[in-house]
Design a protein around this ligand. Structure first.
Ligand code: GH3
Ligand code: MG
Ligand code: MG
Ligand code: MG
Length: 313
């Protein structure tokens, strides 16, 4: 293989990869029966901040795949007693493992093997001897692309803000964090006033532009730690960490002032703006996530009843 003794020794003097989450570029399962190659790759990849597990054959790989989640598999083909092809059969049977990113790393250079692997679902094929940098670049691309698609599943396509699924996850996490730290946490429920009129008067397309303008303005003002999400239709929520109900209300009033003044869309020189009604609620430790959302929602409804264009705590 393309490993010089010097290269393998040099690694010992460098600091060990941090286990910290922000340095973790992904969890890789390396399946190869060659001990030398495995320890070389383990060392190189962990220095590049990947988290690596190793298996010397298909059976031990299956055990690891049952126990743990991985972001990517590197698979050798020629192994004993089972060939790497056996693993494809196993992966295919599982709905969660079926689409796990997989790179074949093999001494087999025949076109037939490449085609067979790609048909079985491999994402990439690297032949031995290989260059570490090339393999690492391919790993990185695959992990980045997968991560991108995972993130897309948490975004609202119209406005680009987080969707409800992501919001629900974060809400639960933040509640747990605050429960541990005895901090404060507030939630805002925002509903655009008479939004149906915007659609009826200017058309659905302009309505869409209004929602995009609104989220843009809101995101431009809130802190990076605050979380804006589209709850549905013309309803949005904002999660404010380390913020009391009163402070959240003050921020929302400022946001409402900005929205009132922003000409969100114009038609033939015609300029108009929208308003919203909002409810804020500071989380109480005895509340479930649903109860908390209901309190913020009820406060928003009081804002509607009291004439819209206002914030109620
Ligand atoms: P209120 O002040 O009581 O909230 O009145 P409203 O008209 O905003 O309330 P209502 O719930 O009756 O209407 C919401 C409208 O929002 C109806 C729906 O067609 C529109 N809407 C929901 N999602 C979208 C969207 O993605 N794009 C556009 N253009 N309109 C949307
Ligand atoms: Mg082998
Ligand atoms: Mg509504
Ligand atoms: Mg509305």
């Amino acid at each position: 293989y393309d490993i010089s003794r010097k290269e393998m020794e040099l690694d010992e003097t460098r600091p060990k990869a941090s286990a910290s989450k922000e340095f973790n570029h992904g969890r890789i399962l390396l399946i190869d029966d060659d001990d030398v190659l495995r320890s070389y790759l383990m060392r190189r990849l962990s220095l590049d901040h990947y988290e690596i597990a190793e298996a010397d054959g298909v059976e031990s790989a299956k055990v690891l795949l049952w126990q743990q989640e991985y972001d990517l598999i590197i698979l050798d083909l020629l192994m004993h007693p089972d060939s790497g092809y056996e693993l494809f059969e196993f992966l295919k049977e599982s709905p969660t493992l079926k689409w796990l990113p997989l790179i074949v790393l093999s001494g087999k250079e025949e076109l037939e093997d490449k085609i067979r692997c790609f048909r079985l679902g491999a994402d990439d094929y690297v032949t031995k001897p290989f260059h570490y940098e090339e393999l690492e670049a391919r790993i990185n691309n695959l992990l980045m692309r997968t991560r991108h698609y995972e993130q897309m599943a948490f975004l609202d396509p119209l406005t680009g803000v987080y969707n409800r699924r992501y919001f629900d996850n974060q809400l639960t996490m933040e509640m747990e964090r605050v429960r541990r730290n005895e901090g404060v946490l507030s939630l805002a429920f925002i509903d655009v006033d008479h939004f149906k009129r915007v659609n009826d008067t200017y058309g659905h397309h302009v309505g869409d532009l209004v929602l995009q303008g609104l989220t843009h303005t809101l995101n431009g003002r809130i802190r990076s730690t605050d979380l804006l999400a589209r709850f549905g239709g013309e309803e949005f929520v904002i999660l404010f960490p380390d913020t009391t109900g009163e402070d959240a209300q003050a921020i929302l009033e400022e946001l409402l002032g900005m929205i009132r003044q922003a000409p969100v869309a114009t038609l033939e020189g015609e300029s108009y703006s929208i308003t919203f009604s909002a409810g804020a609620a500071q989380w109480q430790p005895e509340w479930s996530a649903d109860e908390w959302i209901r309190h913020a929602d009820e406060a928003m409804y009081r804002a509607k009843e009291q004439g819209r264009n206002q914030v109620v705590l």
